[in-house]
Design a protein around this ligand. Sequence first.
Ligand SMILES: [Zn+2]
Ligand SMILES: [Zn+2]
Ligand SMILES: [Zn+2]
Length: 142
Amino acid sequence: MFEPGIKEKIEKAQYKLTQQRKAVLEVMQDKQGEHLSAEEVLQEARKKVPNLGIATVYRTLERLAAIEVLYKTIFEEGKYRFELSDQAEHQHHHIICMACGKIYEVDEAMLDSLEKHLEKEGFEIVNHQLKIYAYCPECKEK
Ligand SMILES: [Zn+2]
Ligand SMILES: [Zn+2]
Ligand SMILES: [Zn+2]
């Protein structure tokens, strides 16, 4: 079963959910909150559809990102990771650990206060996009 917002987008795009595409989407929904590479999705989805190929996974992920069911972000050099879309006005932002590669999510409230601050200075904020590179608390210890 997919969330109503997801079902709606798929129907609107007239995207036919074959067994293989469905397996890919199910993995993304099961792993909500994680940021998966196509290879990782393949590994999981093969548990449902053993003959699934990487090309199908790539195509499905790209298409689902195009219709905003998924959200893709480029993390490591040239490598995309996919996650379920927030179904909100805009997607959350990421903090990427430069040592272990772990991905954290930025608390949107911090950005709200930044925007409010800038508005007080006379700016009219339209949107924001943010990616922070850091050493995570665990890696900082070492
Ligand atoms: Zn934001
Ligand atoms: Zn780390
Ligand atoms: Zn994320």
